[in-house]
Ligand binder design. Structure first.
Ligand SMILES: Nc1ncnc2c1ncn2[C@@H]1O[C@H](COP(=O)(O)OP(=O)(O)OP(=O)(O)O)[C@@H](O)[C@H]1O
Ligand SMILES: [Mg+2]
Length: 355
């Protein structure tokens, strides 16, 4: 698959304007200051701490960050799928103007799959083991009152399977009869069954071997384009992100510390954490999955004061431990939360950090 081109930015690519000059709809998704907490015996754990981003129609946003940085919590919150006792304590998440966080349980049930679909982390295990693939797709269509006519229904199921590269015979099979890659394709078929505006894919390929990963990603992107959806791709594999995302957001300790069009992020990373992540990637051959950087991931119950990265940061100064830096837009669509975001790379380059 070729590189996405051009790399639109969530901040520069605005919705079309009407003849009167007013915006015809705005962003597809606008997340503002999202906060999620898990109460724990030691106090509230701030798993997501003021995350904001926007997404235009058809756009592919990648979310990366170390384990525990809040990627899954962010996307689960958008779909009201947080596990108790997790709860959203602040923020808005407007999907074409409707706040996902304010929806009633009934509105959310109608919205899931029809407007926002999730391919969950560990999706391979999310299929119902006692139902055939056809029965699972049928259940979904029934729940949303779609394609009640039997002939039209059968055609839809066949077309869905074809879209994700599966033979029609898979409809009669059960999850245990399918390989990991096939199961993941079924999950993608379910995600696109009602042509949602937004697909959220949380580590959609991490359980698969490398060869199958790329094929499944290509299938996902093909399906996303066919239904005209935007997509949020959560993952660790920077190589896959470089290939498939338009814009990449880097999370650290519940905050989005950098967000930029993908080529810009790789060519000019500005946050010391992003620079360390990118410089820790093997350059050739091996998969470009980051393996972590020196230092200990911060506690989210008692996070470091100021910028949560400062105890691990080679560039940190005193002020970094006092106040959280504001978002700084260093170039169109390139947002960084760091006091040194405007310094040349050499000034903030981590010394001797190579995996
Ligand atoms: N039920 C829970 N109770 C307490 N803390 C939780 C709970 N679920 C998640 N967390 C915490 O929230 C933080 C964010 O977790 P999350 O699963 O969003 O991270 P992630 O970035 O998706 O990580 P990974 O890459 O491992 O999937 C973690 O510190 C985690 O321990
Ligand atoms: Mg996760």
């Amino acid at each position: 698959m070729s590189q996405p081109s051009p790399s639109p930015s969530p901040f520069t690519q605005r919705a079309p304007r009407s003849a009167q000059g007013t915006a015809v709809g705005s962003y597809l998704l606008e997340v503002q200051n999202l906060r999620v907490e898990f109460p724990t015996a030691a106090g509230p754990a701030r798993a997501v701490d003021g995350v904001s981003f926007t997404l235009d129609r058809g756009m592919r946003l990648g979310l990366v960050g170390e384990s525990g940085s809040g990627k899954s919590t962010t996307v689960l919150a958008l779909m009201q799928l947080l596990k108790a006792p997790g709860r959203v304590t602040a923020g808005r998440a407007l999907l074409a103007g409707d706040d996902l966080l304010e929806m009633s349980a009934q509105q959310m049930r109608r919205t899931r799959f029809s407007r926002v679909a999730l391919v969950p982390q560990g999706a391979l295990n999310s299929l119902n083991p006692v139902l055939s693939v056809r029965a699972q797709i049928d259940d979904l269509l029934d729940a949303h009152g779609q394609k009640p006519d039997a002939k039209e229904r059968a055609q839809h199921v066949a077309a869905l399977l074809q879209r994700v590269g599966l033979p029609e015979s898979v409809a009669e099979q059960y999850p245990h009869q399918l390989s990991g890659g096939m199961k993941q394709r079924v999950c993608i078929a379910l995600a696109i069954a009602l042509a949602p505006q937004l697909i959220i894919a949380d580590e959609p390929t991490s359980a698969l071997d490398v060869l199958v990963q790329k094929q499944v990603m290509q299938t996902l992107i093909h399906a996303q384009k066919e239904v005209g959806a935007a997509i949020i791709l959560v993952g660790h594999d920077m190589g896959l992100m470089a290939q498939f995302a338009h814009v990449v957001g880097v999370m650290y300790a519940g905050r989005l510390v950098e967000l930029a069009p993908v080529k810009e992020l790789f060519a000019h990373p500005r946050h010391p954490y992003t620079r360390m992540l990118i410089s820790s990637l093997p350059s050739f051959g091996a998969r470009r999955v980051f393996r972590g950087i020196p230092g200990v991931a911060p506690s989210i119950v008692h996070p470091p004061s100021g910028c949560a990265f400062h105890p691990r940061c080679p560039r940190a100064e005193e002020r970094c431990s006092v106040d959280v830096p504001d978002e700084d837009m260093v170039s169109p669509g390139h947002l960084v939360r760091c006091y040194f975001a405007r310094e040349p790379a050499s000034a903030a380059a981590p010394a001797g950090i190579h995996a």
